[in-house]
Design a binder for this molecule. Structure first.
Ligand code: IPE
Ligand code: IPE
Ligand code: MG
Length: 256
């Protein structure tokens, strides 16, 4: 029997490691509603949301999850009022600067996916510093989706592929699914196994459109600032009970 998930300093999950998702992706939604329900400004929800992101990173590292991808800011979120955008960008700068030493110490590797164009210089600088400082780390990989849109990502990939065809480096007949995957921002990363969305909306909101083809989806009504270790454990336990078929037949049904 495989060993249950380690419980260094937290509650046990009692799941064999091979039942754990390798890659968890999270649509961290409901910061604004969390604040509004309390008669507080939306930005307070974003601040508390950043605390949840930190807690989630710690717990995923503890559980031995390989990758955690957090949807921080979508390319469509620029439609929001200027003061909220300014706050979100300054929170990103603050979060990067404050958390850098901690993620380095924990052996966490940080990467960022999304378009750089349109992002404030300061935010890019802080993100680049964290990426560089954690590049050699081999612990949990935290991938932050910032100014990210799934359609924008596919558009960028198509442009790059088209350029390679134009210059004769790529034969159109040779374009395979793997070719597309290798031209996405997520090249080299495993696809998400588990997609978590908080605050109850049943939609993907332009997140990792290609990569979530076979992700198991888990939605909770809990708003992101209230999302904690017990919710993560519930999602992972639920995931561990599911049968993934990828279009085939279940091995557990004996029909495979
Ligand atoms: C998610 O919370 C954070 C971002 C999209 C930046 P929201 O700000 O979308 O919160 P709600 O959905 O309005 O409650
Ligand atoms: C998705 O949440 C984006 C992030 C969590 C960063 P939104 O709040 O932008 O999604 P919609 O607008 O409800 O679809
Ligand atoms: Mg929202």
């Amino acid at each position: 029997m495989p060993e249950p998930t380690s419980t260094a300093d937290g509650p046990a999950l009692d799941l064999p490691p091979e039942r754990l998702p390798r890659h968890i992706a999270v649509i961290m939604d409901g910061n604004g509603r969390w604040a509004q329900q309390r008669g507080r400004p939306r930005i307070e929800g974003h601040r508390r949301g950043a605390d949840s992101a930190r807690a989630m990173t710690e717990e995923c590292a503890r559980l031995g999850i390989e990758q955690l991808t957090l949807y921080c800011f979508s390319s469509e979120n620029w439609k929001r009022p200027r003061p909220e955008l300014d706050f979100l960008m300054s929170l990103l700068v603050e979060y990067m600067a404050q958390q850098r030493a901690e993620v380095v110490r924990r052996g966490v590797k940080v990467s960022v996916i999304g378009r750089r164009e349109g992002m404030p210089e300061k935010a890019l600088r802080e993100m680049d510093q964290t990426i560089a400082a954690t590049r050699g780390n081999t612990g949990l990989h935290v991938c932050l989706a910032v100014n990210y849109g799934g359609r924008a990502e596919l558009t960028d990939a198509v442009r790059t592929v088209a350029r390679e065809v134009q210059t004769g480096r790529l034969d159109p007949e040779q374009i395979a699914e793997q070719t597309i995957a290798e031209h996405l921002y997520t090249a080299g990363m495993p696809d998400p196994d588990l997609l978590i969305r908080t605050a109850g909306e049943l939609r993907v909101s332009n997140f990792l459109l290609w990569q979530i083809s076979y992700a198991e989806i888990w939605v909770t009504d809990c708003c992101w600032p209230d999302f904690g270790v017990p919710h993560l454990h519930e999602a992972v336990r639920d995931y561990a009970r599911r049968q993934r078929r990828f279009g085939g037949l279940s091995t557990e049904s004996g029909l495979a």
